[in-house]
Design a binder for this molecule. Structure first.
Ligand code: SIN
Ligand code: MN
Length: 266
């Protein structure tokens, strides 16, 4: 990875202003190949971390892979990612969540409008949105294979979903947090209103592209309407001082190990 060519301060400035940022340089092609091979390998496993679409066959996501796979374990300790996460959060960080979302050609389904922090606050008791998502495109992401779409600047609005007691109580099962029928979603009417001041932006880019987005930014992605797979890997780093207070979800969704991550090679 061309860490030396990344101006972390510049990236984090854009991230704070917009709620998202895309880096000018992607991951090393060898690392990309390694990660893509890892995805194929894990997709063939039968284990609870492998989640399917409603058809029960198409793989939708792989969760918590940093806890059982060496390539993913090393990835979360990559110095560039740790540098970015620490600068974005302003503190030492640990890995709160790790997931690989796979949208199969024609079969991969949407992620409705939501804010990640709504899940983390309500389900896990995370005190503040002092965390950051780092995303890596493992396939090219284009207009038609279900790109991530963010409402620029919406990370400054706080939680915009239904108020407590009308849908923001903890839900009955974690499956509702990883399916195309999400709990804690944001209504389309609210999104239409917000979009006037917070323009929807699609985070597109070739395989290898690295981006950051804020826990409170309103975002979604549509069904994959194309013949091209859309695979994205997401690492959520949380401040070591912001560990959630009442975790009941499985360890592959919320990592119980809140020890600060150590940089590879350090
Ligand atoms: C996606 O994979 O498009 C959505 C990921 C997310 O909402 O965190
Ligand atoms: Mn999300």
């Amino acid at each position: 990875m061309r860490a030396l060519e990344t101006n972390v301060a510049e990236v984090v400035e854009a991230y704070r202003r917009q709620g998202w940022a895309v880096l000018a340089h992607g991951i090393d092609p060898l690392l990309l190949a390694d990660l893509r091979a890892t995805v194929s390998r894990i997709c063939g496993m039968v284990r609870p971390e492998v989640v399917h679409e409603e058809d029960g066959e198409t793989v939708r996501a792989l969760h918590g892979c940093h806890r059982f796979d060496d390539v993913c374990e090393r990835l979360v300790r990559h110095p560039l990612f740790v540098d970015l996460a620490e600068a974005a959060v302003g503190d030492s960080v640990y890995v709160y969540q790790f997931k690989i979302n796979i949208k199969s050609p024609r079969e991969g389904k949407r992620w409705p409008w939501h804010q990640d922090f709504a899940f983390w606050a309500v389900e896990d008791g995370m005190p503040e949105p002092d965390a950051v998502n780092i995303a890596i495109n493992l396939d090219e992401v284009h207009e038609r294979n279900g790109p991530l779409t963010v409402l620029t600047g919406s990370h400054r609005l706080g939680l915009v979903g239904p108020p407590a007691g009308s849908g923001s109580a903890p839900s009955t099962g974690w499956q509702d947090h990883v399916s195309a029928n999400l709990t804690h979603s944001v209504d389309d009417a609210v999104v239409r209103e917000l979009a006037a001041e917070h323009p929807p932006t699609r985070l597109l880019g070739p395989a290898g592209t690295i981006s950051l987005f804020h826990p409170s930014i309103v975002h979604s992605s549509s069904d994959n309407l194309s013949d091209d797979r859309r695979t994205m890997l997401f690492i959520t780093y949380n401040s070591v001082r912001n560990a959630p207070r009442h975790v009941t979800r499985p360890s592959f969704l919320v990592d119980p190990d809140t020890t600060a991550v150590t940089r590879l090679g350090a």
